[in-house]
Design a protein around this ligand. Structure first.
Ligand code: ADP
Ligand code: ZN
Ligand code: ZN
Length: 659
């Protein structure tokens, strides 16, 4: 007797395929198989159904059905509910069911124990802390059965003990034999939270981080399915963790951009978590000191229950923040006299300084002083950055490097130089201004080895340096007792991005970076250097005027019809051939326009990042009050549209950025 399987592939086709099992092959839904497909001999496929008899209404010749080569998994790695979730993802984010499944599953073939699992190895069984009154109220509110909404928000200032509240909520769930998913931004940057979780739960915890090989991920996946691990900590994709009897999903630093995937399907972990939690009728607990504008609006409406933490509990207090107006300074470097003085005083008190440099838009560019010519990457529409150590210009998008020109390629002037500053330049400035201070620099340029970031941060934590200089990497989650001073070298850079979230990002970044000061002693100081001290994102972050920042920001979004007051779908057309990209964007914009009702079609327009790795980029935006009509319009159109050769369309539902 023959048996058949229905499988899906990781391809953009909205259909499943049928294969035949050999007599001795043991297979069930939820396993992966290897099959011949098209011209390829070994393609991984996901089994969604096994059946004994072929259905009568086949639209193809049953004798042409091929056999599968082999069954990859011994046990299923996903179940019916997982297949359903993948179906939802594919419908919501407009990709195929197979693409969704593939993105949700670990890709490893053979299980390999995460041997050097340092996290779990130094399990110390950390004891619970005695909760403050505010924390107690939060835990009680979140775990109460009678809550009006399944969504909760722990809105607590930086250093107010959110982690402990999350941990005790997780313990509450474990005691009821329920599992927990605990999401953190990028795991390397949030090692302290991971340590807290594994330190509390030991082998009951599984960690899904980017440092694991695919095989190690598969092995953690199995520990979760078999209920050996009940608390899963991980970055974005851990939201898919197959936790049996899931009791709660926690999202730490909810505002963080890394929760949105940059590849198909472009899912947002918060959206997926909302879906899972509402389907299972379990609490979703988000937390941050700087909620996204969307979450803030939902709290205002009462659709998310807000729990507030206001006090620092480790002996610290909120730092004193002062602004340095760069337009009134005449600086040759990038450290103002005020900041210089504070760094020296902090050092005299035997305390430490963190200097934060927003990498984006604030690196060192080649510029002609005569005609203003800036050297751009030949593959991407971004300026080239100068790296002193190698003496070369480098593109941060595609990696292209070249020798810096000695004369301006545009006008021939020899009066060429650089503008802007990178961490490398500030490092030199520090060495000149503070020859007796030891500094450590962390940014992606120098951190190539695994574990190097952790190592450097550990040295700083133990007092092995006086200054920590870094980019976005040091904005989040760091908890250093010795830090007294935080200096933000230039607060403005994120502000000038042509993106509707620019103000929200600038605000969050300042608050988060400032929050690294004064965590254990009540004398923290923050100095914010800016060219735009009157811009609300900056002034309100510095005066800790949260309510009025969000009020203004939401009003601006409402007037400009941006989320959360409108929903968006963004289509990006990219091609090596500019005309092809432009033409297909124009064609699609036009075609959508004809069918659009209840929604607006914006574009076609060149993307702000018009060229990346030699790909020209054009975009079309669909905007409307509700998402469903946009999804329907887009979906039915894309299913019938034959994408021209050489053009690729990125579909982004609820985009978080429009660059
Ligand atoms: P957040 O995540 O809100 O920024 P953390 O969770 O990192 O803050 O907590 C900041 C510090 O406060 C940590 O050192 C933590 O150990 C300490 N802390 C948290 N809760 C308590 C408590 N109930 N009693 C004493 N210290 C606490
Ligand atoms: Zn010139
Ligand atoms: Zn480039």
């Amino acid at each position: 007797m023959s048996r058949w399987v229905e499988v899906l592939f990781n391809i953009p086709l909205h259909q499943s395929f049928t294969y035949k099992l050999k007599d001795d092959q043991i297979c069930a839904a939820g396993m992966r198989v290897e099959v011949p497909f098209g011209r390829q001999q070994k393609v991984t496929a996901f089994v969604i159904k096994v059946f004994d008899e072929l259905p009568g209404n086949l639209d193809f010749d049953a004798s042409k059905i091929k056999e599968i080569n082999r069954v990859i998994d011994k046990e299923p790695i996903f179940d019916e509910a997982f297949i359903e979730l993948a179906r939802w993802i594919s419908q919501f984010y407009l990709c195929s069911h197979g693409e969704a499944l593939s993105a949700m599953l670990p890709s490893g073939r053979r299980e390999v124990k995460a041997s050097s699992d340092a996290f779990v190895d130094d399990f110390i069984g950390n004891q619970k802390l005695v909760l403050s009154e505010e924390q107690q109220k939060a835990v009680a509110g979140i775990t109460a059965d009678n809550s009006s909404s399944f969504m909760h928000y722990l809105y607590g200032s930086t250093g107010s003990g959110k982690t402990e509240v999350f941990l005790q909520c997780a313990e509450f769930m474990l005691a009821k034999n329920k599992g927990v998913i605990y999401l953190v931004p990028e795991i390397a940057l949030t090692a302290q939270v991971v340590e807290a979780v594994t330190g509390r739960f030991g082998k009951t915890a599984a960690v899904l981080h980017s440092g694991l090989t695919p095989s190690q991920k598969l092995s953690e996946w199995r520990r979760i399915i078999s209920k050996e691990a009940r608390v899963v900590v991980g970055a974005r994709s851990a939201v898919f963790a197959p936790v049996p009897d899931l009791g709660m999903i926690i999202i730490d630093e909810e505002h963080d951009g890394s929760y949105k995937s940059g590849t198909t399907p472009r899912y947002h972990a918060r959206q997926v978590a909302m879906k899972r939690c509402s389907a299972d009728k379990i609490p979703l607990v988000m937390g941050s000191a700087t909620p996204s504008a969307e979450a803030w609006a939902l709290m205002n409406d009462g659709r998310i229950t807000k729990h507030v933490l206001t006090r620092r509990l480790a002996g610290g207090a909120m730092p004193e923040i002062s602004i340095v107006d760069l337009s009134k300074e005449d600086l040759t470097g990038c450290i103002s006299p005020q900041l210089e003085k504070e760094i020296n005083e902090t050092y005299k008190e035997n305390r430490q300084t963190i200097l934060f440099l927003n990498r984006r838009g604030f690196t060192h560019f080649f510029r002609c002083k005569t005609c203003g010519y800036e050297l751009f990457c030949k593959n991407c529409s971004v300026p080239m950055t100068f790296h002193k150590k190698e003496g070369r210009l480098r593109c941060h998008y595609c990696g292209w490097t070249e020798q810096p020109p000695t004369v301006c390629p545009e006008c021939g002037s020899v009066d060429v130089g650089y503008s802007g500053f990178g961490t490398e330049f500030i490092e030199n400035e520090l060495a000149t201004k503070f020859p007796h201070l030891r500094s450590i620099r962390v940014d992606t340029d120098i951190l190539t080895k695994k574990g190097e970031l952790q190592e450097k941060l550990e040295i700083f934590k133990k007092g092995g340096a006086d200054i920590l200089l870094g980019t976005q990497m040091i904005a989040k989650g760091l908890n250093f007792p010795g830090v007294k001073l935080v200096g933000i070298i230039n607060a403005d850079t994120a502000l000038h991005m042509p993106d509707f979230r620019a103000a929200e990002r600038t605000f969050a970044l300042i608050v988060q970076v400032a929050g690294r000061a004064g965590r254990y002693f009540p004398d923290g100081k923050v100095i914010v250097q800016t060219w735009n001290p009157s811009r609300s994102a900056i002034s309100k972050a510095c005066s800790s005027d949260f309510e009025s920042f969000y009020k203004e920001e939401l009003e601006a979004r409402r007037l400009a019809l941006f989320p959360p007051f409108a929903r968006l779908i963004r289509l990006v057309f990219r091609s090596k051939n500019q005309k092809d990209a432009e033409d297909s964007a124009a064609y699609v914009a036009n075609a959508l326009q004809e069918k659009a009702s209840n929604c607006e079609i914006l574009g076609p327009a060149e993307c702000a990042l018009a060229l990346i790795s030699l790909n020209h980029r054009y975009q079309v935006l669909l905007r409307g009050q509700y998402l469903t009509p946009l999804q329907k319009l887009c979906d039915s159109f894309l299913k019938s549209y034959k994408v021209p050769q050489g053009v690729y369309i990125e579909v982004d539902v609820d985009p978080v950025s429009l660059l």
